[in-house]
Design a protein around this ligand. Structure first.
Ligand SMILES: Nc1nc2c(ncn2[C@@H]2O[C@H](COP(=O)(O)OP(=O)(O)OP(=O)(O)O)[C@@H](O)[C@H]2O)c(=O)[nH]1
Ligand SMILES: [Zn+2]
Length: 203
């Protein structure tokens, strides 16, 4: 099942000045004086940081997978990229989610350059996210582009909305997975993938 593609660049009628004004309002809401010398350039810096943290809205993940290689010496075994570090933000609190993604697929005649899988992870991570949604988006994107025999995506994320505020639980990892095709239907394929990525703090 493929999810509707979010637009590469959502309609955005907010000016840079308006964004900086919004930061000043939040500074005041926090109890600060935005006119204080140390904070004068902060709205500008935050607007610039947003362009970095949320650069995913300007990226089209499908484009990264458009260039495929048909012949890689007849390779038809599982390909896995594990420990892809990512930085994202939760859409509920706008707080960081820091973690690792593990991506695998069983090719069906088409493979991609491995860096492209990490680029797909980043293109979805650098948006406001829910971890379950991001996991499914990455898997669906790979399935759409490569039509492989199967895809597996496992994400481990630490949510700062749970560590620095709210319930204040440190060291908690959220683990999500999305398995498609043979990764979902064939227990041996799934087991091979899980063995390759060996998720968990013990490894
Ligand atoms: N399932 C899921 N939940 C998330 C994710 N990121 C944050 N959350 C949770 O979203 C929930 C939002 O709950 P609310 O009760 O609306 O917000 P809140 O009052 O700030 O909740 P607390 O965090 O418990 O203080 C919280 O339980 C968060 O832990 C995510 O990626 N997936
Ligand atoms: Zn949150």
């Amino acid at each position: 099942m493929s999810d509707p593609q979010p637009p590469a660049s959502p309609a955005n009628d907010v000016s840079r000045d308006q964004a900086e004004d919004a930061v000043r309002v939040l500074l005041r809401w926090a109890g600060e004086d935005p006119a204080r010398e140390g904070l004068l350039d902060t709205p500008k810096r935050v607007a610039k940081a947003y362009r970095d943290w949320f650069s995913g809205y300007q990226l089209d993940p499908d484009e990264y997978l458009a260039r495929t290689f048909k012949e890689v010496c007849g390779y038809d075994e599982m390909i896995v990229l594990r420990d892809i570090e990512f930085e994202s933000h939760c859409e509920h609190h706008m707080a960081p989610i820091i973690g690792k993604a593990h991506v695998g697929y069983l090719p069906n005649g088409k493979v991609v350059g491995i860096s492209k899988l990490a680029r797909v992870v980043d293109a979805y991570a650098k948006r406001f996210q829910v971890q379950e949604k991001m996991t499914a988006q990455i898997a669906n994107c790979i399935e759409r582009a490569l039509q492989p025999l199967g895809v597996g995506v496992v994400i481990e994320g630490a949510h700062e909305c749970m560590t620095t505020r709210g319930v204040h639980k440190r060291g908690v990892s959220m683990i999500t997975s999305k398995m498609l095709g043979s990764f979902r239907e064939d227990a041996r394929t799934r087991a091979e993938f899980l063995q390759f990525i060996d998720v968990g703090p013990g490894r």
